[in-house]
Design a protein around this ligand. Structure first.
Ligand code: ZN
Ligand code: ZN
Length: 426
């Protein structure tokens, strides 16, 4: 092959068949499940104003400080490729005046963009499936969103996942937690990495996102956020845990997960899979009770999650289940020999498709043997052969590739041909 001058950008990839079948299949399962729970799809633009994410995700988060694809457009506006979808959903919700509705339940699919160092399971363009419930304060909604996530990964045939859950409390609690953590961390400041030393001053909760070992050791000694919750937040969290137990959903309380975004309040959770190695998060989410108000709306609570599709694919690969999601192949492969037969076959194909039989043919003009090999490789059950002899006699050969059995079928008898392919008597 010649040296290729054009390649997909670093951290992006093409999704080709048969993997694209897997994606379609998973998306279809997700759509069905979400509809079942009363969620409706939202499609927001991929580009947004930069300030939307600075305001919502948080100025001092890694996403905003290091990972956004942002640029000035020709009109001098600051634009950003969305790094996540929650802020866009809230923006759309407010812009369309949906906050007057009692509760809004969205789901979405789509690409997100973060300029991270590409590694296994981490891309610069990656894809999320997510839900957002807007205008809801009840702990039952937290439970529904977590339940939905668990049901979703079960639909995807993923077992052995771990649900980790925590609460950061309300704004006041978060303030209390931050102050307490700052006090403790400042005493050991010189042992933290330079970035975390800075984080201690600006946004101490972000220290907990740090991957550096020396910081992780210190983080491990911090007191649980749960000890600092007010009575209401404590009750909200306990009610949630109780109902999760009633639903037989297994979880572990991880008192130091905070998630890498500023907007979370109260419930935060992560779903991890040991199949994924070091990048083990399949999905994450939580409650964000201030975001609607922060973006100019009324004071209403909300909760959601996002699941990483690339991670799901890796987990399916690792568990050997990826093939379950590859779509079944065509029912019929048509092999024609000679120009006249090509034409005859081409017209026959369209008649079969109208009878709801999926069929394709080989246009290459190669030999019968080469075409048979291709049908075999494509794992197609039936082959119809039309050569010069068949053409002359007005009939087709139908061959069952599984049994090797073949028979002649009169070209006028389309019904019989269809019945044979469908496995009906006839
Ligand atoms: Zn509270
Ligand atoms: Zn650090």
């Amino acid at each position: 092959m010649k040296n290729l001058s054009y390649k997909a950008l670093k951290g992006t990839k093409d999704i080709l068949p048969p993997e694209s079948f897997v994606w379609q299949n998973l998306e279809e399962k997700a759509r069905r499940l979400f509809s079942h729970y009363g969620y409706q799809e939202i499609r927001t633009p991929i580009i947004e104003e930069l300030k939307l994410f600075v305001r919502s995700v948080g100025e001092t988060t890694d996403i905003v400080q290091k990972e956004m694809f942002s640029f000035k457009d020709r009109g001098g506006r600051e634009i950003c490729l969305r790094p996540e979808a929650t802020a866009s959903c809230v923006r759309a919700y407010l812009e369309s005046n949906l906050s007057s509705e009692p509760i809004v339940k969205f789901y979405y699919f789509g690409p997100m963009f973060r300029a991270e160092r590409p590694q296994k399971g981490r891309y610069r363009q990656f894809h999320q499936i997510g839900v957002e419930v807007l205008g809801a304060n009840s702990y039952l909604v937290d439970a529904e969103v977590i339940l939905l996530l668990v049901e979703l990964v079960k639909e995807f045939s993923l077992e052995h996942f771990l649900l980790k859950i925590n609460s950061l409390g309300c704004t006041e609690d978060k303030k209390k937690i931050s102050e307490e953590y700052r006090k403790i961390l400042l005493k050991r400041k010189e042992r933290l990495c330079p970035l975390c030393q800075e984080r201690c001053e600006r946004n101490v909760l972000r220290v907990l996102d740090c991957k550096e070992k020396r910081c992780q050791e210190i983080i491990g000694d911090l007191p649980s956020t749960l000890e600092m919750l007010c009575e209401n937040c404590r009750r909200h969290f306990q009610s949630l845990l109780d109902i999760l137990s009633s639903l037989n959903i297994k979880y572990t309380v991880e008192p130091r997960i905070v998630r890498g975004l500023d907007y979370y309040t109260r419930t935060v959770f992560e779903l991890t899979s040991e199949l994924l190695g070091s990048q083990d998060a399949l999905a994450a989410g939580g409650r964000y009770d201030n975001l609607i108000e922060d973006l100019g709306g009324p004071s209403l609570g909300a909760v959601g999650f996002a699941l990483g599709m690339e991670r799901v694919i890796i987990a399916l690969e690792k568990s050997g289940k990826l093939n379950e999601f590859v779509e079944k192949p065509l029912e019929v492969f048509l092999i024609t020999l000679g120009e006249e037969a090509d034409k005859e076959g081409f017209l026959l194909m369209e008649r079969l498709r109208k009878k709801d039989i999926s069929v394709d043919m080989d246009y290459s003009g190669k030999s019968l043997k080469a075409k048979m090999r291709r049908a075999d490789k494509l794992k197609i059950r039936f082959v119809i052969i039309i050569g010069e002899d068949e053409l002359k006699k007005g009939r087709y050969i139908l061959r069952d590739m599984q049994s090797g059995y073949q028979e002649m079928i009169n070209k006028e008898d389309l019904e019989k041909l269809c019945k044979k392919i469908r496995g009906e008597q006839g």
